[in-house]
Design a protein around this ligand. Structure first.
Ligand code: A2R
Length: 309
């Protein structure tokens, strides 16, 4: 059987499928990482849910494919992979519905204050203090999608079902999109009630949602992040949420996750989830299946199913 290096723990279904088809070597279990990599000079395959550095790639001269779990691959050193002729695959599409579903869940939670009002009931305040304050709704509001890609389009379709107006920003206008395009993110932020960020992470998008953009979104605006924590200037966001310069935020991803400023925990105008947008049984199984099918395709000399490079 071919050798394969698994960088970190993966879903049980992926581990089992890989064990059936490869001799699996577990990088994260090795005490001496250098000695481990030195023993993998002939290994052609890597499977990972936690990235793959250029150092690992350089230490594995026979490496041919890094199969990554997840649609975002900012933690895989794609530039080094390209230089060394190593293929990289990700798991797009299979997670778009689940991510879009959680996005709408977060938006509803935020504007209807579902989490805060659940706590209100559980704390006995309904009985003691009377009705919860009035909230806002999605119907009739405008949502600006930052990144109208595979996931962004699924979010847009669901927002339309909630009778919202949809606009978008990306680097390029999509000629056949039914939604109005903004070439400038700040201009879009001025015109929307909701800004939903769902662009890839990495150097090109770091800090895209900066003070100017959040200022344009304003005290009545809500920011939703399903992309990567790095997209938002997090300290500035926290400062603006505290001062009321930014209305509210729903966040599934964080710059230093799972760490984050505990100031966020105390805020009523914030909803937080633990990077779980794709974390359903069905979707995670589908993502794992795609990791395995890419590896098997390459092993048997067939074209990769979802290549990044
Ligand atoms: O910029 P465009 O026209 O290529 O549109 C892409 C947009 N995008 C950006 N928009 C503004 N500024 C940027 N620097 C920038 N870079 C990329 O993000 C495109 O519409 C969208 C990404 O769409 P897809 O490649 O189809 O990715 P998918 O599957 O929707 O996933 C997006 C991200 C993942 O990379 C994970 O970080 C997260 O959602 O789960």
């Amino acid at each position: 059987m071919d050798d394969l290096v698994m960088i970190g723990p993966m879903l049980a279904s992926v581990g089992e499928a890989l064990e059936k088809n490869f001799t699996v070597h577990k990088y994260w279990e090795a005490d001496d990482k250098d000695a481990f990599l030195a023993s993998q000079k002939d290994t052609r395959f890597v499977a990972t849910a936690s990235g793959c550095s250029g150092d690992i790639m350089r230490a594995m001269p026979a490496l041919k494919l890094v199969a990554s779990f997840g649609v975002g691959y900012d933690s895989v050193d794609v530039e080094t992979a390209k230089e060394r002729g190593i293929k990289v695959t990700n798991t797009p599409d299979v997670l778009s519905d689940a991510v879009a579903e959680l996005t709408l869940g977060l938006m509803l939670s935020l504007c209807r204050r579902i989490v805060a009002s659940d706590k209100y009931v559980r704390d006995g305040k309904w009985l003691a203090d009377g009705n919860y304050p009035l909230t806002s709704e999605l119907t009739g509001a405008t949502v600006g999608i930052l990144g109208l890609g595979r996931i962004g389009k699924e979010i847009a379709a669901r927002c339309q079902a909630f009778k919202m107006r949809v606009v978008y920003h990306g680097r390029t206008e999509q000629r056949f999109s039914p939604f109005p395009y903004y070439a400038d993110l700040e201009e879009m932020a001025k015109d929307v009630d909701w800004l939903v960020a769902v662009v890839p992470g990495g150097a090109g998008t770091a800090g895209l949602v900066n003070r100017k953009v959040m200022n344009a979104l304003g005290p009545k605006g809500s920011l939703v992040n399903l992309g990567r924590g790095s997209l938002i200037d997090e300290p500035v966001m926290i400062e603006m949420l505290k001062s009321g310069e930014l209305g509210a935020a729903a966040l599934d991803v964080f710059a230093e996750e799972p760490k984050m400023s505990e100031e966020l925990w105390a805020m009523d105008n914030v909803v937080l989830t633990p990077h779980s947008a794709s974390a359903t049984d069905k979707t995670r199984w589908g993502m794992g299946d795609l990791v395995v099918r890419n590896l098997l395709a390459h092993q048997s000399g067939n074209p990769l199913i979802t290549p990044v490079v």
